[in-house]
Design a protein around this ligand. Sequence first.
Ligand SMILES: [Zn+2]
Length: 242
Amino acid sequence: MAIRTKYKRVIYAISGIGTAIIIVLTLLISQVSTIATDDKIPFKPHPLPERLANWNDLNNKGDYFDQIEPANFGYLVFSKFPIKVYIENVDSNPQWKETVSAAILKWDNYLPLNLVEQPQDADIEIIRKNPPLDPQKKRASSAETRYQVSIKNTPEGFPYLSHHFTIWLSPTQTGQYIEAAVLHEFGHALGIWGHSPEQTDVMYFSQVREPPPISVRDINTLKRIYQQPTRLGWPVLIAPKT
Ligand SMILES: [Zn+2]
């Protein structure tokens, strides 16, 4: 079918911390604008996930929503829950997976997550490798998150725009750094595609000596993101042939 072939190409974007100070975004293909403006895909918010709907900040600590960059097709939100996460098994270092799982489960308080055993089943894949070299950067990051967009089919056979994240964590990182890096990169994968200007937030743009826990402002920001319009996750509307 022509419409599916048209979307088979993919979009990559890159984000990283480590030595990187600001978000790096790379769009590798020219299909973005086609997807972004295609009125066959609805552009609207999904219902707010329950845990975020129940989240209330009574002290009005604010957010950094103005730092979040939407893609051409909208905000990077998931709409099918639980979000499936694959964490690489490292035979030589089983502790690594434990540390990574414990860190990402802190986000499960706000969006439901489920660990899966196969990377092809996952929405977010976490692997213990150095991030691929980015020619735009002078030095490689020690942690990095990228996404890829493609057209998948619902169980009913309707095509929809879907996104998949890969998080690379350098094997050279250990201990407390792994936890801080995972918390931060996983925030990007959940849709916080931008950085906080404040050190007390997990999504602060740089590494800090004492990594903070997920903050009220991080969740205020996440909640606002999940109220924004997107083309991700909505079935493509195709007029029936007559
Ligand atoms: Zn970052």
